[in-house]
Design a protein around this ligand. Structure first.
Ligand SMILES: C[S@@+](CC[C@H](N)C(=O)[O-])C[C@H]1O[C@@H](n2cnc3c(N)ncnc32)[C@H](O)[C@@H]1O
Length: 493
């Protein structure tokens, strides 16, 4: 695909927007510390008898700090490894709080999927793995462990080729690049029970400035709360895609899709191609690749891309990292230990997952990238998982899905219709076309789709399984096949 060219103005917006996202990540620890301080202030206001009763909370706050430092350590390693697709020293004047709403990741994210609009429209960040040669043992739980010898052979020198559609970015592999990993990257990290060791603090947040590959210029850490939330949501997405704890959710969401692809394409000696728009942190796209497809994830959120790039390209072994994803909410916990439990990831070593040649992540807005002529009839399958309702105009998404599929190609979908822009009452008056499932199907039929499989699947999205509150979706699952001869849209042209 042709390299995306930017106007100077677009590039300026991209850089400012990316800087804002990096600042949000870099500010993680400071923002979390503010929360702990707030808890402590409340605690101090208790009458002495109540304080005495809740004496253990003081220790909990210290444990929280330690967990925060572990999360921050992971984030700083991730940022250190990130090579921005732009020269970040440009346009250092002013912040990006006035960046257009729909530049990268400026939309709100909440972890219940509903507003997961970490929007990276017109993004050109590209994930590119140069080489992941080392063979590491896979965890027992990984079904890929039992791959055939041929597949194992194929893994050797396999590249998780994350060369996106646009400007490829090289990554330095296998280095921890300056950030002390001694406190993270520890598979055996205890549940923060005793550790109050602040040596682990990886960011120089106090200085309000950090440096690294992605931050050649000083970075102001004046981060709006909405951006802080996005970083916390990414942490939860890590569990969904890359932790053993997310296996249930993946079994509910990804497994039916993978089984369907397996059934639909029994012969994969010549690998069929599969596009995964809104790929999030990339696990589904990777699993599809491992199943024997030339798989391409598409994602427009820098928040997501920075993180998926790190996990896909820089993981050296399974369970290399430990984070504490649930510490940011004191609500609905059965116990403090539940709230402060560690989660290690990734549960597999991505480059040992038996990927098929041609695996890639393509950065950019689905509408912009795949509406190109070069994409017409390019794909055997399109898989959308919790993606359709991210559209401003769902009709446009369906039209493009139909366009990029070959005649006879299949569209496998799984997800709710919790339209992300439904509550956007901002000054920009975001367009939001909110259709019922019936209407979505009607639109699909108009574009030549024929329903082959249809069911509802109960599932969660980035849920904390130990929480007293669970949001469940009755998600629509379908397989539709493109029959170009039935497309009313084509007949009109
Ligand atoms: C709810 S998440 C689902 C992620 C993943 N498919 C999963 O099931 O975990 C929706 C994803 O779509 C991405 N997204 C939203 N609109 C997009 C667009 N126009 N082009 C590409 N990605 C988009 C978001 O950034 C987000 O990562």
């Amino acid at each position: 695909m042709a390299e995306r060219r930017y106007t100077a103005h677009e590039e300026e917006l991209e850089i400012k927007s990316l800087r804002r996202i990096i600042a949000a990540y870099a500010n993680y620890q400071d923002a979390a510390e503010k929360d702990v301080k707030r808890y402590e202030r409340s605690f101090k206001r208790l009458p002495p008898a109540h304080k005495e009763l809740l004496f253990h909370l003081g220790l909990k706050y210290q444990r929280l700090r330690w967990c925060i430092s572990m999360n921050a350590s992971f984030i700083m390693n991730m940022l250190e490894a990130f090579e921005p697709p732009f020269n970040m020293t440009q346009y250092t004047d002013g912040g990006c709080h006035d960046c257009p709403e729909h530049m990268h990741g400026q939309n709100h994210v909440n972890c219940a999927h509903s507003s997961e609009m970490v929007d990276c429209s017109r993004s050109s960040i590209t994930i590119n793995t140069n080489s992941l040669h080392a063979q590491h043992g896979c965890p027992k739980e990984d079904p890929k462990t039992n791959e055939s010898a041929r597949e194992f052979e194929n893994k050797k020198d396999k590249e998780v080729h994350m060369a996106g559609c646009f400007q490829p970015v090289g990554y330095n592999l296998g280095t921890s690049q300056g950030v002390d990993k001694s406190c993270n990257g520890d598979k055996h990290a205890s549940a923060a029970s005793n550790c109050q060791d602040t040596d682990c603090f990886a960011s120089s947040a106090d200085e309000n400035v950090i440096t690294g590959h992605c931050m050649d210029s000083p970075l102001q850490l004046d981060v709006p709360p909405v951006d802080v939330d996005k970083v916390r949501c990414i942490i939860r997405n890590i569990v969904r895609d890359w932790a053993q704890e997310g296996q249930n959710e993946r079994d509910e969401c990804y497994k039916p899709i993978l089984e369907e692809l397996d059934r639909l394409f029994p012969n994969r000696s010549r690998p069929p191609s599969c596009l995964v728009p809104g790929a999030g942190l990339g696990r589904l796209a990777l699993e599809i690749s491992s199943l024997g497809f030339v798989s391409q994830g598409n994602e427009f959120s820098y928040y997501m891309m920075v993180c998926s790039s790190f996990i896909l390209n820089h993981t050296q072994e399974a369970y290399e990292w430990t984070i504490y994803p649930w510490i940011h909410s004191n609500c609905n916990s059965l116990s403090d230990n539940d709230q402060l439990r560690p989660v290690s990831f990734p549960d597999i070593h991505p480059s040992s997952a038996g990927i098929t040649d041609g695996f890639s992540m393509c950065a950019g807005d689905f509408v912009e990238v795949y509406n190109e002529e070069s994409q017409e009839s390019a794909w055997d399958a399109v898989v959308t998982c919790f993606f359709l309702d991210t559209a401003h105009n769902i009709v446009e998404y369906i039209e493009i899905i139909s366009k990029v599929l070959k005649d006879g190609g299949v569209w496998v979908n799984m997800g709710p219709l919790l339209y992300h822009f439904a509550d956007s009452y901002g000054p920009d008056d975001d367009m939001s076309i909110e259709l019922s499932l019936d209407d979505v199907k009607r639109v699909a039929y108009h574009y030549g789709f024929v329903m082959e499989v249809e069911k509802m699947i109960d599932t969660t999205y980035t849920a904390n399984m130990a929480s007293m509150m669970q949001n469940r979706y009755r998600a629509a699952f379908w397989t539709m096949r493109k029959d170009a001869s039935r497309s009313k849209a084509q007949k009109r042209q």
